[in-house]
Structures are given as structure tokens and as C-alpha cells.
Write a protein of this length. Structure first.
Ligand SMILES: [Zn+2]
Length: 308
């Protein structure tokens, strides 16, 4: 769908007036001399972060740069490219979309114009197509008309079902889709030579994860375990700084398991959805955004578990 058409659906009064904001709060975090994370803000999308409220990553090879997730808008993608240019003159030749969430794919068009080839799981592309209109409306409300300027939805050139392996220069890259997690098409990217895992939205650290209507908390746990079986030395999470498997287990797997057992106990006690806020999630209040997400997460898991 053309962006112009989508804009017609948005009441203009909802669009906040924004200035062209400078730098999007992206932090470069080196893991080795060729593998890097780009850590965005933990908060929601905003006019200053241009939709880049997530963690991205890239690998410099002799055949060009592999980028894991292109950012949440055209201008957000430009900001990511500026960070990459701080460490290499190599062009971005390949982009992987690790999922269907806006910050995993709405920067595709920018990098495609630079000549990059785009890869995603077939399930991620189906999710991107299904939620395109919702994502544009929501994103425009949060980053503003100037923030989303130039953003065109472009889908992957190549898709895979469960696994894709390839070499880029001397670097071996393995991409896996193990089932629905935060979104239906979430994938993780494994660099066996460097023991680095880019987890996409399968792992959140420092901030509370979001279980939405596009998520499945049960298979999210299974996808986490499939990813963790590689025992990566370094994790580039979907949200938060570069981390360890132990930390990811605590903030993501631990929280998902806690939430599911707390909701199961609540249902066993005959609890009603309207009273779901009475579930005590205080042991996870150290995670950022917990006050906006904790109740919603419990509600979503409740509706999921009614059907399990
Ligand atoms: Zn995300």
C-alpha cells in the first residue's frame, strides 16, 4: 500500500507537530573488531528516536556489511547507517529482518536503495503485510509526520521457512525461525565463528517485554529455548545492551515463565479477567516500562491460556 493512501486514513489532528530532530540516541557497542550492536532507547517510539527504540546489529565482512534489522523508519535507517559508517566504509550488502515489528523492517527501503539484499522468514513477511496499516498509523502517531517521512514498506527479496545458512565473505551466518515469539515470524541470527547470537525480539533485557495480540507466550518460551541451545557467548538482544544468556534467562525467559504460572494459578482460583491487575508482578518491577506493560501482559496471557 502506498504511504499517501495510508496517510488519508489518519486524522490530521492526531499528528503532533515535530521538528526535524537530530541524532536518535543510538549507542554503538563493539563485540569484536567486526561484530557490533547498535543499542537504541528502551522507551517507546518518539520523534527523537525515529522509531529506533530497539537494538540492532551488524557484521563487517570482506564482502560488505550484514545488518540485522534496518530500523523503524526511512530516517531511522539513515541514522543506523551513520553509526555503521563510524566503523567501516564497506557498503551494507545484506539486511535481515528478524521479525514483523516495525523497527525490524520499516527501514528496508533505505537500505535497498543502497543496494542491499533483504532476507526474512516467510512468517515475518506475512506478519508485516498483515499489520502494515496498523503499524503505520501507530508509528505516525508516535514519531510524527516528519519522523515517518519517506518511509515506504518494502518486503524481503528472499524468504526462508525455518533455516537459512550462507557465507558472506569469510563469515558464516545461520538464520533460524523456531516459531512464534513476540511476533509470528521472529528469527535469530547465529555467527558460529564468533559465538554471537542476534536474538531479535525473542530476548528483552533491562526493560519489560510486551506480550501482544501478535505474540504467543507459550511458543515464545520454546523459541527462547531453541535459541539458548546454541549457548552463545554474546547475545545482542532485541531490546537492551549486549548481554549474557544468564541475563536473558532472567529478564525474558524467567518473566514469561513467571507470568504464565501466575496467570494459571489465578485462573485455577476462578479469577476473572477484570481482576487480572491483582496478580503481583512486583518481582519484575526492576524492568523499565513495567507500569505500562505488566497489566496488559497478564491480560494477553489470560486470553491465550483460555484457549490452550
Ligand atoms: Zn521490538
Amino acid at each position: 500500500m502506498k504511504l499517501a493512501k495510508i496517510f488519508k486514513l489518519i486524522p490530521l489532528l492526531l499528528l503532533p507537530f515535530v521538528h526535524h530532530a537530530a541524532a536518535a540516541g543510538l549507542e554503538l557497542q563493539p563485540i569484536s573488531d567486526k561484530v557490533y550492536a547498535i543499542v537504541g532507547e528502551l522507551s517507546n517510539r518518539s520523534p527523537s528516536n525515529l522509531g529506533n527504540n530497539a537494538t540492532f546489529g551488524f557484521v563487517v565482512t570482506s564482502a560488505g556489511v550484514l545488518l540485522v534489522d534496518p530500523g523503524g523508519s526511512y530516517r531511522g535507517a539513515e541514522e543506523i547507517h551513520q553509526v555503521i559508517k563510524q566503523v567501516t566504509e564497506q557498503p551494507v550488502v545484506m539486511v535481515i529482518n528478524t521479525g514483523g515489528q516495525d523497527h525490524r523492517w520499516l527501514g528496508n527501503d533505505y537500505f535497498k536503495r543502497q543496494g542491499a539484499r533483504i532476507i526474512a522468514s516467510a512468517a515475518a513477511v506475512a506478519d508485516q503485510q498483515a499489520r502494515l496499516q496498523d503499524q503505520f498509523i501507530r508509528l505516525t502517531g508516535l514519531v510524527g509526520e516528519a519522523g515517518i517521512e519517506g518511509t515506504e514498506p518494502i518486503y524481503a527479496d528472499e524468504t526462508f521457512d525455518q533455516r537459512l545458512d550462507f557465507m558472506l565473505g569469510e563469515t558464516r551466518i545461520e538464520v533460524y525461525h523456531s516459531g512464534q515469539a513476540h511476533t509470528p515470524g521472529d528469527s535469530y541470527v547465529w555467527l558460529p565463528q564468533d559465538q554471537v547470537m542476534f536474538t531479535g525480539d525473542i530476548v528483552y533485557v533491562e526493560r519489560m517485554l510486551g506480550v501482544g495480540s501478535q505474540s504467543n507466550s507459550k511458543s515464545w518460551i520454546e523459541a527462547f529455548e531453541a535459541m539458548a541451545a546454541f549457548e552463545p557467548r554474546h547475545l545482542v538482544p532485541g531490546h537492551g545492551k549486549v548481554t549474557t544468556l544468564a541475563h536473558a534467562r532472567k529478564d525474558t525467559l524467567g518473566y514469561l515463565q513467571f507470568l504464565r504460572s501466575a496467570v494459571a494459578a489465578f485462573m485455577d482460583d476462578g479469577g476473572d479477567m477484570s481482576d487480572i491487575g491483582s496478580i503481583d508482578q512486583s518481582s519484575y518491577h526492576y524492568l523499565q516500562n513495567h507500569d505500562t506493560l505488566a497489566g496488559r501482559n497478564a491480560q494477553q496471557v489470560f486470553s491465550e491460556m483460555e484457549w490452550e
